[in-house]
Write a protein that binds this ligand. Structure first.
Ligand code: GDP
Ligand code: MG
Length: 760
């Protein structure tokens, strides 16, 4: 099968084209650095099938960043039959810089002029024919997003692939022409493949080339000496770059005709003046985040009920509507509750709860009608359906949250977030590049951990991998939603959205604090510079959003009916049977014994021996290692063991937690500490395995120790401070002492002297 590679600048639309060609649902994000590894698919709409390889985005073919190395090696070593160079037509000159380098390789190149829909919308014009003549390779105008021009692109690529091509350079006729020519001939004589490409890179002083072809370095050195002073002071790398840009401006730039002086750009700029403001940038980000959580987890839309309550002597609106029919009443309750008008997230949550309850009732009735044995009824109603249903209840709500996150990402705002966070936290040792995988961690830690490959610095990578799980992922979100929902329901004056938001922000703050801490102690080092091109804002693409959500939904459903279902069944048996394999009450069950074994450990965290049946929380946290949603599923199954009548009281996740509060006597402080523990401790096995794979050999155990220690200590502090507010002073004093110690040590005022003494 022929192989075509997609190469181009970050954010030029490679993955969008890849998805359109192969029907995959790879992650498309409106910020650079999303694709970090190559990815393969098949295009089937030509006379023959063609393998398509999506490469990470690059600006150049130098071997400096991991992305460049992957793309360069692929093109040079795996020799695709054609390189489709995706060029963002709205950024023509900058994108063609890479094109001029690709042209130097002996490989067929076809230029795909992408984003032509935007060009048209701006009223600009681009002359593909003219560009084609100047470049000497086929140029096809396309819109990857709208699917325009794709067929033609592929047909022409196939044709180009069957013709082969010899490399050419735009440096012909420049002052470096001679030396490039000499080196090319020398390399060619030694049978080096792609001699022109290697010759140009050698002249640029590319490290890899210099190491590989020492004989030819001499030629370049000699030329450098003889021309020093005249030619950029002998800095040939700059000279080559300059020559490329000059050529692009002289020959290619004319293909783009602007309708008028750029007005659109300044609209992005004006938005950025506010959104990336030095002082207001972060507060605005927090407000946007809060709005997101309000619309997802809030039960009082825009706080209308609360606000009117202020004027009404606390009465608010009255939503008690009695339609006379039970089913209708529960439908009305989807949109209006005693809390107020439901937010979109609350509506989908209530709807899903309604649906899962109906299914649960149906299953229960069916089992009764079948006259099944009591244990079989229990297994099916509770072990199989109930646990899974309590997780499924949250799926629409979590998808709503993802919809908002995807909108922020696709609009281009998330790229700004990395930028403002970089500016704020650079002095603490974090770079904006490291925030990109962290923000991706809101979705799932697994792809986020893989994304850290683009971090060149080993230490930075290790630190980032450790704190990615602190950015609450979609699987942990149900834990927050259920526990915060229950606390809000039990205590007046607390709202679930505010609590969930606070916990998310707490997780992010912990990530920043722990990285800063490691930077000052075990992982000192310079922060890598952060250069990122900010994509211009655009309206989120409906199609992209749906692809994201669909992907997430599939992932959830698959997990619910495999890992979570299996865990539930095992849990159900463990909690209904004794070691002698007799059916018993929960107090004599195997699960009770296993859980009780470790309960004491969690006493300082507020969910240990001080509770009646405190073991249930330890058990739920442990099964959460398999998949974090299991925490909620386990709550359901255990609550049933204590007499929670699932089918009647609805298995919506929140009701179970409320039931467990009364069954164990856990305080709200204990519940918060428990949530924090789950957020910061070892992530699920899938995430842990990925982090392990991305961590140097033998160092993963330190990461595990980091997770265990951080979660235990933080959760303990949270519990103690929330329970006894004055302990905050002690914690503050200890923190101040630790900071002082670190500062003094880093200044060499303590510690080092001792070592000197020891040596004497
Ligand atoms: P990659 O980094 O090169 O893989 O780029 P992506 O495929 O992730 O796309 C980056 C952004 O450009 C996304 O927001 C896409 O929706 C958008 N995009 C890609 N192709 C087109 C296009 O043809 N027209 C428009 N208007 N937007 C596009
Ligand atoms: Mg991509």
């Amino acid at each position: 099968m022929r192989k075509f590679a997609l190469a181009g600048n970050p954010n030029s639309g490679k993955t969008t084209l890849f998805n359109a060609l192969t029907g995959s649902t790879a992650h498309v994000g409106n910020w650079p650095g999303v694709t970090v590894d190559k990815r393969e698919g098949v295009y089937k709409r030509l006379a023959e099938h063609v393998a398509i390889v999506d490469l990470p985005g690059i600006y150049s073919l130098s071997p400096y960043t991991p992305e460049e190395v992957i793309a360069r090696n692929f093109i040079l070593e795996e020799k695709p039959d054609c390189v489709i160079d995706i060029v963002d037509a709205t950024n023509l000159e900058r994108n063609l810089y890479l094109t001029t380098q690709l042209l130097e390789i002996d490989v067929p190149v076809v230029v795909a002029l992408n984003m032509c829909d935007v060009v048209k919308k701006n009223g600009d014009r681009i002359d593909a024919k003219k560009l084609e003549k100047e470049l000497g390779v086929p140029v096809v105008a396309i819109s990857a997003l709208k699917g325009e021009g794709i067929k033609e692109l592929m047909e022409r690529s196939l044709k180009a692939a069957s013709q082969g091509r010899q490399g050419r350079t735009v440096l012909e006729g420049s002052s470096l022409d001679h030396v490039i020519g000499d080196v090319t001939i020398a390399l060619d004589g030694r049978g080096v493949q792609n001699p022109l490409f290697h010759a140009v890179k050698l002249v640029e002083g590319d490290e890899l080339e210099v190491k590989e072809h020492p004989a030819e370095v001499a030629t370049v050195k000699a030329f450098q000496k003889q021309s020093a002073g005249d030619l950029f002071g002998g800095d040939f790398e700059a000279l080559v770059a300059d020559a490329r840009y000059k050529y692009i401006t002289a020959h290619f730039a004319g293909a783009y005709e602007r309708a008028k002086k750029k007005e659109n750009l300044s609209r992005s700029d004006r938005a950025d003046r506010v959104l990336t403001h030095r002082i207001w940038g972060i507060p605005i980000f927090l407000v946007i985040l809060f709005a997101m959580f309000h619309l997802t987890f809030g039960t009082d839309f825009l706080y209308l009920n609360t606000i009117t309550g202020w004027f009404n002597g606390g009465a608010g609106f009255a939503y008690d509507v009695d339609t006379g029919s039970e089913v209708l009443n529960s439908l009305v309750a989807v949109f209006f509750t005693a809390d107020g008008i439901s937010t979109p997230g609350a509506i989908v949550f209530n709807l899903m709860d309604f649906i899962t309850s109906q299914i649960g009732n149906g299953i229960a009735l069916g089992m009764e009608a079948l006259d099944a044995a009591p244990w079989a009824q229990g297994l099916v109603n509770e072990g199989i359906w109930g646990g899974v249903a309590s997780v499924l209840s949250f799926v629409p709500q979590i998808l709503t949250l993802f919809l908002f996150i995807s909108i922020l990402e696709d609009s281009g705002y998330m790229a700004r977030v990395a930028f403002i966070l970089d500016r704020a936290f650079r002095k603490f040792g974090l770079s904006g590049r490291a925030f990109i995988p962290m923000i991706m961690g809101f979705g799932c830690s697994v792809p986020a951990a893989i994304n850290t490959r683009t971090l060149a610095d080993e230490k930075e990578r290790a630190m980032t991998n450790r704190v990615i799980p602190f950015f609450t992922c979609g699987a942990k979100a149900p834990i927050l939603a259920a526990i915060c929902g229950a606390i809000a329901a039990e205590y007046t004056g607390v709202s679930a959205d505010l609590l969930v938001f606070a916990l998310y922000v707490f997780g992010m703050a912990m990530a920043v604090i722990m990285v800063a801490f490691m930077r000052q102690t075990t992982m000192r080092g310079e922060v890598a510079p952060f250069i990122m091109e900010l994509p211009s804002y655009h309206a989120p693409q409906f199609h992209n959003l749906m692809v994201h959500l669909w992907d997430k939904l599939k992932h959830y459903i698959k997990k619910a009916f495999t890992i979570i279902l299996a865990s539930c069944i095992v849990l159900w048996f463990l909690q209904n049977f004794s070691w002698q394999w007799q059916m018993v009450g929960i107090e004599e069950s195997i699960l009770h014994d296993i859980g009780s074994f470790v309960t004491w450990l969690f006493t300082p965290l507020g969910f240990g021996l001080q509770l009646e049946n405190g073991w249930v929380f330890a058990v739920a946290a442990v099964v959460g290692l398999i998949a974090k949603e299991n925490v909620i599923a386990a709550f359901y199954i255990i609550a049933v063991g204590f007499g929670f009548a699932g089918a009647e009281q609805s298995e919506d996740g929140i009701a179970e937690v409320m039931y467990l509060i009364s069954a164990t006597g856990i305080t709200w402080q204990g519940l918060i500490a428990y949530t924090v523990f789950n957020m910061l401790t070892v992530p699920c096995f899938a995430a842990a395995a990925t982090v392990k794979a991305e961590t140097p050999k033998g160092r993963f155990r330190y990461t595990v120790a980091f997770w265990l220690l951080t979660s235990y200590v933080t959760s303990c502090v949270v519990y103690v401070v929330l329970s006894w507010w004055w302990t905050a002073f002690i914690v503050a004093a200890v923190l101040a002492a630790v900071i002082a110690l670190i500062v003094l040590r880093n200044k060499g005022l303590i510690g080092r002297k001792k070592r000197l003494l020891a040596r004497n």
